[in-house]
Design a protein around this ligand. Structure first.
Ligand code: PHE
Length: 473
């Protein structure tokens, strides 16, 4: 059945290309937009420490697991589970649904970034004190953000419709490295502003009094979101990975790069934020307010050039992520529903565009319309980030730990014994026992602490429904 694809499956042209594409998927709005504002909302360094724990003890192992499952089967999310055991298709399908829902709001923020690149030249930076109001006025307006979102989504469609190698690999390889350079430049500017040390204290001196069950859920969800885990994305990428590659070392590289990018973004933003006397818990507008303010204060052509460059790179980082989200959905339609690539891309992105229109309008025109107590943007965001990804990761850990053969995993991860993986036993036990229990504990803690309980229950209901109807998928 799936034999044909297995034989023809494309491989990444080079190890560098694969790392850049996987890191490109991981590094995106999650690092630069989401991580700083979550850190701001959850009290700074205590959140960062909990986040790092989640990355080290859960994220890294799950990434190794996803690469292994993908490469072993040579199939994308649903197919990879199904090839092993039909009853598990629901876990892959849940991933496809997550990718689909994340694409219900991600392109909205991608569109903001694209807009800011252009607006850096056309007035955004004119009055440093007005940058905050500028953001508010822009995102709550009805038509303009929609246009940027559609342009952003169209770029995704173009890249994905062209196929794996030509599109994703090239974009990632050329553009990811410049992000790091820009962040370092921003950090130098930010920490040399007057009063910047307050921001560094916020980032490095933990205040545990702000930590609750919802902090843990936010940190865990963010780890999954930022590392592109728990939804089959890294399974899909792993399926294109050559048999010669060392999976654990590739995973470690990607995780390190992703975490570095998030930390750099926080160090770039908070010293400046405190210097400007702004509020750390200002939510999703954070990066779109603090960073342009830095550039506006620099003034002149230099500030403008930096601003254009920053939002260009942020847009590209976002693109290499959303392309991978779209790819998960498209790969499912190609592998499992036998839809042709071009058609699958158009089909998926049309529905995504509709969801994004609702998300974008929920900031303004539709702000009164709620589902389970939240607007459309938050609906897609919370459902995926706080429930689906972590539970998806839990399913993967259970699948690997309890339903796959240990020795087969060992040979997959050591390339039939030709490369060493000294931590195999530790990794295996983390997957089998620790990770499922840890995720369960955090989920229970989070669900009871969080305000949106009815939305959480709705999410769990969807997961249950998928388990019941999985045979149809
Ligand atoms: N990791 C991406 C980011 O941080 C988002 C993403 C999530 C991409 C899940 C793919 C899968 O922006």
């Amino acid at each position: 059945m799936q034999q044909a694809e297995m034989v023809q499956r494309e491989n990444w042209r080079t190890r560098f290309g694969f790392i850049m594409a996987a890191a490109g998927s991981a590094i995106g709005l999650g690092n630069i937009w989401r991580f700083p504002y979550l850190t701001g909302e959850h009290g700074g360094s205590a959140f960062i420490i909990i986040y790092l724990m989640c990355v080290i003890f859960v994220g890294l192992s799950i990434m190794i697991g996803e690469f292994a499952v993908g490469r072993k089967s040579g199939l994308a999310a649903v197919g990879a589970y199904k090839a092993h055991d039909r009853r598990w298709s629901f876990a892959g399908a849940l991933g496809v649904l997550s990718g689909f829902f994340i694409m219900g709001f991600y392109p909205v923020v991608g569109g903001w970034s694209l807009a800011y690149m252009v607006k850096s030249v056309t007035g955004l930076l004119a009055v440093p004190e007005a940058v905050g109001d500028y953001f508010g006025a822009f995102v709550t307006s009805s038509v303009e953000p929609l246009i940027w979102m559609l342009i952003y989504l169209a770029i995704n469609v173009y890249i994905v419709a062209r196929g794996v190698q030509a599109g994703i690999e090239t974009a990632g390889k050329i553009l990811m490295p410049s992000l790091f350079v820009l962040l370092v430049i921003l950090i130098i500017r930010s920490v040399t502003l007057p009063g910047a040390t307050e921001g560094l204290k916020f980032l490095f001196a933990p205040d545990w009094s702000k930590v609750t069950g919802s902090t843990f859920l936010a940190a865990l969800g963010q780890a999954f979101f930022s590392l592109s885990l728990g939804m089959g994305c890294m399974i899909t990428y792993g399926s294109y990975l050559s048999k010669k590659e060392n999976i654990p070392s590739n995973a470690l590289t990607v995780v390190t790069m992703d975490t570095t990018a998030a930390l750099l973004a926080a160090v770039a933003i908070f010293p400046a934020l405190f210097s400007f006397g702004m509020e750390p818990a200002q939510g999703p507008g954070l990066v779109f307010v603090v960073v342009p303010t830095i550039f506006a204060q620099m003034g002149g052509v230099l500030g403008m050039i930096f601003s254009v460059f920053f939002f260009a790179v942020l847009t590209i980082a976002a693109l290499t992520s959303s392309v991978s989200l779209l790819e998960v959905v498209v790969a499912y339609l190609i592998d499992e529903q036998k839809v042709e690539r071009r058609k699958a891309t158009i089909l998926a992105s049309t529905v995504m565009a509709i969801m994004c229109v609702l998300s974008s309008l929920s900031m303004g025109l539709l702000s009164g319309v709620t589902l389970f107590g939240v607007g459309f943007f938050d609906f897609f965001d919370i459902l995926t980030d706080k429930i689906f990804l972590a539970i998806g990761g839990m399913f993967l850990a259970i699948f690997v730990g309890w339903f796959m053969d240990k020795e087969e995993l060992r040979s997959e991860l050591t390339n039939d014994g030709t490369v060493s993986f000294g931590f195999f036993e530790l990794w295996y036990n983390l997957m089998k026992y620790f990770i499922p229990l840890a995720i369960l504990a955090v989920a229970v803690m989070g669900i009871t602490a969080i305000e949106q309980t009815s939305l959480m229950l709705f999410g769990l209901f969807i997961i249950l429904a998928m388990m019941v109807f999985s045979k149809k998928l």
